[in-house]
Ligand binder design. Structure first.
Ligand code: HEC
Length: 113
């Protein structure tokens, strides 16, 4: 009698291990099949300006920055480092490529466009 119970327990444990193992393998498979989620990317400089900079720079919180032919290098520096009431933005907020685009946009855009 004792022997049978022992065997049954072993069998149950083995089955449980199999089920867990199989479902874990399933998870692994699903994970590798999933396409990697694309990171957020700003469409262009105008969008960054409209969604981020305009919040202050079109609301008289910050000075007008469009239509002044500001140097893109200066704009980039301001955005990364901030200056007094101008906040700094990290690469996680505005990536380098989008920053280059918005700097170019602000530099070239007319004041009220
Ligand atoms: C939270 C409000 C706010 C946001 C958002 C903001 N700015 Fe500013 N910005 C300011 C303020 C205020 C100043 C003036 C700082 C000072 O001189 O005290 C400023 C100054 C600047 C200057 C210097 C202007 C000059 O006359 O020399 C530049 C360039 C600039 N911001 C670019 C940007 C860009 C590009 C963005 C978007 C990526 C942006 N800012 C987003 C508030 C903001």
């Amino acid at each position: 009698m004792k022997g049978t119970t022992g065997k049954r327990r072993v069998l149950t444990v083995c089955l449980a291990a199999l089920v867990v193992g199989a479902s874990m393998a399933g998870v692994g498979w699903a994970a590798t099949q999933e396409p990697s989620a694309p990171g957020f990317v700003w469409k262009d400089g105008a969008e960054v300006y409209a969604k981020v900079c305009a919040f202050c720079h079109e609301a008289k919180v910050g000075p007008t920055i469009r239509g002044r032919g500001l140097d893109p290098t200066y704009i980039t520096f301001m955005v990364r480092h901030g200056n007094r009431a101008m906040p700094s933005f990290r690469a996680a907020e505005i990536d380098d490529e989008s920053l280059a685009k918005v700097a170019e946009y602000v530099s070239k855009a007319a004041a009220n466009q």
